[in-house]
Design a protein around this ligand. Sequence first.
Ligand SMILES: [Zn+2]
Ligand SMILES: [Zn+2]
Length: 384
Amino acid sequence: MADLKLLEREMRGWRRDLHAHPEFGFEEKRTSAFVVAKLSEFGLDVAEGVGGTGVVGTLRSGNSHRAIALRADMDALRIPEQGALEYRSQNPGVMHACGHDGHTTMLLGAAKLLTEDGGFDGTVRFIFQPAEEWGKGALAMLDDGLMERFPFEEIYGLHNMPGLPVGHFETRAGAIMSAEDNFEIVLKGVGGHAARPHAANEVLVAACALVTNLQTIVSRRLSPADIGVVSVTELITDGTRNALPGLARILGDARSFRPEVSAEIEKQMRVIAEGTALTYNVSAEVTYTREFVPLLNEAALVEEAFAAARTLFEPDHIATAREPMTGSEDFARFLEHVPGCFVFLGNGRDSAPLHNPAYDFNDAGLIHGALFQAAIVRQRLPAG
Ligand SMILES: [Zn+2]
Ligand SMILES: [Zn+2]
């Protein structure tokens, strides 16, 4: 049997090493080499360079032809780290502010547990994906033939959750993370002298009206039963102190949990942009893109995840997540191919929020992620 105290100490070392050397999406060269070295040392079959910097480790045991996948993300964010951790980022302007250093470490821990102790019959794929934060890494691996080269029938993933105490476990059936769409609306008029607005056809007043009008999509166009968010995040013009702008760009982000809602947001945005532009006698051009799809957990596998969790966590530390999160997750792309389940593990009540410059993954939670992932494998690929 693996020595869990030793594994915990080792994982803490790996996590802090990864934390000190964060890499942005598709640049995870050192991280991916670190993962390859560990998986090879444990004795797995390792494929590197899958979808850029992605890594797939394969572990087989027994005769079963069944295969399941576990997935971690490896990328960091372009956020300058605050604070004075002894293992703080050595890569200026980049930090592990989403805990992917912890996720990578926990999946390595699960690989070590399963190679040392076995206890399953079948094939396990350990997927280490690049560029989760961009929403591009999972697709890059899928486009590189992930499903054909390393087939599997179901997949599990996890994310740490600030605010949830360490040792607590949550998930839910159906929608758990949202779709993310991005939009850009360009208004064009005629710039001119600030003292002579009647002689120009400036766009800033139109842009302000449009920002306000966009607020009616969620409040007046979507059903109150549907969750939707439309956030304008930037308003940029070519105006200056004494010159009215002739061009304005309005950028933002929309979230939803059903494709029909995403389609409705886009449709209403186009109607409102055109109508507002007409009112102010300027032109509007809308670009609307879909970056992340909604993450939908398979109900039967959620039950399996809860059953695995019950072997590890206190009964009153396991809960059904009350509502879906309006954050987005690249893991959803794998679920367009096979069913799966995504779960949340506590990062502590006092944890800084995700994507905060003071965030740090809580090492006390490492062993839970490793044990949970090993448990789900043994449960879904039972030995003997
Ligand atoms: Zn993130
Ligand atoms: Zn994340």
